[in-house]
Design a protein around this ligand. Structure first.
Ligand SMILES: *Cc1c(COP(=O)(O)O)cnc(C)c1O
Length: 397
């Protein structure tokens, strides 16, 4: 391998670019996870996480990828044979539903065309049809990372309430937390699932469950087998800032730093920054003469944009050309979107010029691949970013 000078552009929608401050925080000697210094850090992190989840409820941290926290959400709240209602927003929703089926749950799937989010009306209809209230949980992916579509979590809460249904509400925010506005308490979510390597700007390896009172009550009688994922031991140790087994201490150093950075920037500003970069990206895509996969402007993702290839063009060929020519990694098409789309991640530790560089790489790659010779995308994005800077608005919608 030849040395490639300069910084690699890691513009996949997770893992995201890990900022220097987080890397330096992780690069410290590991301490005794049962000592006083650790306990203080554990309590501080717990409080910081509550701010990010917009919740007063406990946030449990697992030394695991996001998939582990998916499993934790299910096994802590449900029993074998329980019915769960899920929405097939894309590849990640499919993976979560497969996991639920493997765990012995009866999964009912509401289909979508993978270009729209979860439809609150369809959820309400399914719940109304469930006369004997046998559906125990509704599971929705907030930001479907495989499609770049964001579902309306508050509207789905209202749909559950409109049906007068007691089901738990479980939401995957792995690629939206700390990037797109998300409110665990206000939106009446029972378990929020999140991960470290996307909006939280950390390396992979941590994941989270934020749990409501109702979810905690359900966990007392839930019968699916659980041990490593069990909330009870976690919550009792967490009260003093500790863990029931060895935590990922150095990733927690990084998390402490990332939480400080989010606090310094302010969550509102973080969300506005992601909205601005998403809008600039969409303007570039349209100027290239290409289509954004998400079909509903109210559901555009602020953390990534999925770009649809013209018929007969292979998205992975374009990605390969861009990686080789410009050292820029883009997200591949997952599941049935394989080869049909590429995804531009614009979440985490990111700024206007990093976006400009990313879009320049995509634009040159599209021209090299003979997909889109129209070199007006970067111009459109820069005009928009300049307009935002001139008006002093972080996000000129
Ligand atoms: C990344 C992602 C996952 C999977 O998380 P892992 O950390 O890879 O286990 C699940 N859901 C969504 C929405 C994601 O973006």
């Amino acid at each position: 391998m030849n040395y490639r000078s300069g910084r690699h552009f890691l513009q996949i929608p997770g893992p995201t670019n890990v900022p220097e401050r987080v890397l330096r925080a992780i690069d410290r000697p590991t301490i005794d996870h049962r000592g006083p210094e650790f306990g203080r850090m554990g309590l501080e992190i717990g409080a910081g996480l509550q701010t990010v989840f917009q919740s007063k409820q406990p946030v449990i941290i697992y030394p695991a990828s996001g998939t582990g926290a998916w499993e934790a959400a299910l096994v802590n709240t449900l029993s074998p044979g329980d019915r769960v209602l899920m929405v097939e927003t894309g590849h990640f929703a499919v993976l979560w539903s497969r996991m639920a089926a493997r765990l012995g749950l009866q999964v009912e799937m509401i289909a979508t065309d993978w270009r729209h989010g979860a439809d609150p009306t369809a959820v309400e209809q399914k719940l109304k049809e469930d006369k004997n209230r046998s559906i125990r949980a509704v599971c929705v992916v907030h930001n479907e990372t495989s499609t770049g579509v964001t579902s309306q979590i508050a509207a789905i809460r209202r749909a559950i309430d409109a049906a007068g249904h007691p089901a738990l509400y479980l939401v995957d925010t792995i690629s939206s937390l700390a990037s797109i506005d998300y409110r665990h308490d206000e939106w009446g979510v029972d378990v929020t699932v999140a991960g470290s390597q996307k909006g939280l700007m950390l390396p992979p390896g941590l994941s989270f469950n934020c749990v409501s009172e109702k979810a905690l009550a359900a966990s007392k009688s839930a019968k699916l087998p659980k041990s490593y994922w069990g909330w009870e031991d976690m919550l009792s140790a967490n009260k003093n800032g500790y863990f029931p087994y060895t935590p990922a201490t150095n990733l927690l150093y990084g998390l402490q730093e990332a939480l400080s950075m989010l606090e310094e920037e302010g969550l509102e500003a973080v969300f506005a920054r992601h909205a601005r970069h998403a809008e600039a990206t969409r303007r570039a895509v349209r100027a290239w003469g290409l289509e954004v996969l998400c079909a509903d402007p109210a559901e555009h993702s602020n953390s990534l944009t999925a770009v649809l290839m013209p018929p007969g063009q292979d998205a992975d060929r374009v990605r390969t050309i861009i990686l080789e020519a410009f050292d820029l990694s883009l997200g591949t098409g997952l599941g049935k979107l394989s080869g049909k789309i590429f995804r531009i991640g614009h979440l985490g530790d990111f700024n206007d010029l990093m976006l400009a560089g990313t879009l320049a790489g995509v634009e040159m790659g599209l021209a090299l691949a003979g997909v889109s010779p129209r070199g007006e995308g970067v111009r459109a994005a820069l005009d928009y970013l300049s307009e935002c800077a001139r008006t002093g608005r972080l996000h000129a919608a």
